[in-house]
Design a protein around this ligand. Structure first.
Ligand code: 13P
Length: 256
């Protein structure tokens, strides 16, 4: 049985005041949750503040990106070692916003995957198709390709204790989530695709759904057998919504 994982991706949002207030609320309301792993991914600048605010909390820290180098003359970048040093557990890589706005390639993303594994951090590999690819019926092909590109550089063992987030680009920030049936079908395809390499890794890997997850659609998504939680964007900035989404995952995916 897989333990669900809900991560709040704050993207480029936050301030010292907001970090303090939002985390205070999450800390108070989510402290008794044991059936769902929880993480928040504030902007890098606020990770240390968040870490302090999360002392004695079951909420862990995620980062939104990482550089492929561990140290050196790479102005503006943050290394896996640094993220680990300040207490980060998960690192989101390959988000469509980075693929699109920063021209990140599958090769670069594979290098990020590799450096994270070498530091014992957990990669959250985002994959997903554009609206055009979806309309052309290429969803499965795109997802398989994005996974295969990682497998070209790393072995299937890299996917042990890693996370995949299926995030259809057309569903991100649009208030138009994939339907639970659509999402389940892609998640099952992704799991089967991994299973061709290693059925045990496939059975254990957490596959999150991301793209307009909210309090209204969370339960319908989480009842799907291959949806193991969510990567939540906009709604993770609202305490009551994020708390409700985590509670829903915890109840629906209860591990006995
Ligand atoms: P939204 O939940 O705002 O659609 O964002 C999803 C996302 O991109 C999470 O990484």
């Amino acid at each position: 049985m897989r333990h669900p994982l809900v991560i709040g991706n704050w993207k480029l949002n936050g301030s010292t005041k907001m970090v303090k207030e939002l985390i205070e609320k999450l800390h108070n309301e989510l402290n008794n949750i044991i059936n769902c792993n929880i993480a928040i991914a504030p902007p890098t600048l606020y990770l240390s503040q968040a870490k302090k605010a999360l002392i004695n909390s079951n909420i862990t820290l995620a980062a939104q990106d990482v550089d492929i180098n561990l140290f050196g003359a790479f102005t503006g970048d943050n290394s896996a070692e640094m993220l680990k040093d300040i207490g980060v557990k998960y690192v989101i890589i390959g988000h469509s916003e980075r693929r699109i706005y920063h021209n990140e390639t599958d090769e670069l993303i594979a290098q990020k995957f590799s450096i994270l594994k070498s530091q014992g951090l957990i990669p959250v590999l985002c994959i997903g198709e554009s609206k055009e690819e979806n309309n052309a019926g290429k969803t499965e092909q795109v997802c398989a390709n994005q996974i295969d590109k990682i497998l070209h550089y790393l072995s299937i063992d890299a996917f042990k204790n890693s996370v995949i987030a299926y995030e259809p680009i057309w569903a991100i920030g649009t208030y138009k989530s994939a339907t639970p049936t659509q999402a389940q079908s892609v998640h099952k395809f992704i799991r089967n695709h991994i299973a061709k390499q290693d059925p045990i890794v496939a059975e254990k890997i957490i596959i999150q759904y991301g793209g307009s997850v909210n309090v209204n659609n969370a339960s319908k998504l989480f009842v799907q057998p291959d949806i193991d939680g969510a990567l939540v964007g906009g709604e993770s900035l609202k305490a009551h919504s994020f708390i409700s989404i985590v509670n829903t995952a915890s109840i629906i995916k209860k591990v006995y």
